[in-house]
Ligand binder design. Structure first.
Ligand code: ADP
Length: 221
C-alpha cells in the first residue's frame, strides 16, 4: 500500500478544502495543509501530515514549502477570487503538474481555464445535481456525471428484480447500459458474471447514456 500513497497539498482550509484534506489524510495519503489563518492551521494539525501558515500568493513561501514536489495541489480558496487566481498562476508558473481549483462562478472558471488550471471544481453545483437526482427518484442512491450524455448511477434494486440473475435481466441488450458492480451490505462485486444474482436492496452501479439509464430505472426495475 505504501507505494500507492500520493502527496497532496491543500491550500485553504474552509469547508471544502478542509473536507478534502481530512478525507485524503484519513485514506493514508501525505497531505500538506496550508492556510493564512493560524487558528485554521492549528485545527488541522490533527488532520494532516503537516499544517502550515502561509500566504499562497507568495511564490517564495510556496517555494520554501517545496510545493513543486507535490503530485496534486488543491486550491480551495473560497471568496477571495483574486487570491485563488494568483495562487493558481504561481503554481502553474512553478510547473506543478496537477492543480485542481475550486471555482466560485463562471467568470472565475473561465480565468482559471485560461491560466492552465488542470481541473476546475464547482462543489456546490455538483452536489446540487447529485442531491436533485436522489430526490427525484428513491431508487437513485448516487449519481456521477461523466459528460453531457453519459453518467454512472447507483440504483437501489427493487422487488421487481429481486432474485433475478444478470443474464435473466438482459440489461445491456434491453436498455443499452452496463452493470459495473453490485454492492450488498459491505461487500462489493466489481466484475459481476452473467449468472450472478441480484436481490432487493442490493445497490447496482450502472454506466450508460442518460436516456438509457432513465429507461432502465423507470421501466426495468
Ligand atoms: P469554503 O467556502 O470552502 O468554506 P472559505 O472561503 O470559507 O471556503 O475558506 C477559504 C480558506 O482559504 C480560508 O480559511 C482562508 O483563510 C484561506 N485563504 C484565503 N486566501 C488565502 C491565501 N492567500 N493563502 C492561504 N490561504 C488562504
Amino acid at each position: 500500500m505504501a507505494d500507492k500513497k500520493k502527496q497532496f497539498a491543500v491550500i485553504g482550509l474552509g469547508r471544502f478544502g478542509g473536507s478534502v484534506c481530512k478525507e485524503l489524510y484519513k485514506m493514508g495519503h501525505q497531505v500538506l495543509a496550508i492556510d493564512l489563518n493560524e487558528t485554521k492551521v492549528n485545527e488541522f494539525t490533527a488532520f494532516s501530515t503537516h499544517a502550515v501558515v502561509a500566504n499562497s500568493t507568495d511564490e517564495k513561501a510556496l517555494q520554501s514549502l517545496g510545493i513543486r514536489n507535490f503530485e496534486y495541489v488543491i486550491v480551495a480558496i473560497g471568496d477571495n477570487i483574486q487570491s485563488s487566481i494568483l495562487t493558481t498562476l504561481v503554481l502553474k508558473e512553478m510547473d506543478v503538474n496537477n492543480v485542481w481549483v475550486k471555482a466560485q462562478n463562471i467568470y472565475h472558471h473561465k480565468v482559471l481555464d485560461k491560466i492552465g488550471a488542470d481541473r476546475i471544481i464547482h462543489p456546490e453545483q455538483d452536489m446540487g445535481i447529485r442531491i436533485a437526482q436522489h430526490l427525484a427518484s428513491e431508487k437513485i442512491v448516487d449519481y456521477i456525471e461523466l459528460s453531457d450524455e453519459y453518467s454512472i448511477v447507483e440504483l437501489l434494486a427493487t422487488k421487481k428484480i429481486d432474485n433475478r440473475s444478470l443474464i435473466d435481466l438482459h440489461v445491456r441488450a434491453k436498455y443499452g447500459c452496463t452493470i459495473l458492480a453490485i454492492k450488498r451490505g459491505e461487500e462489493i462485486n466489481v466484475s459481476p458474471l452473467p449468472k450472478d444474482m441480484i436481490y432487493q436492496k442490493d445497490i447496482l452501479i450502472v454506466i450508460g447514456h442518460k436516456n438509457d439509464l432513465k429507461r432502465f430505472e423507470e421501466e426495468g426495475m
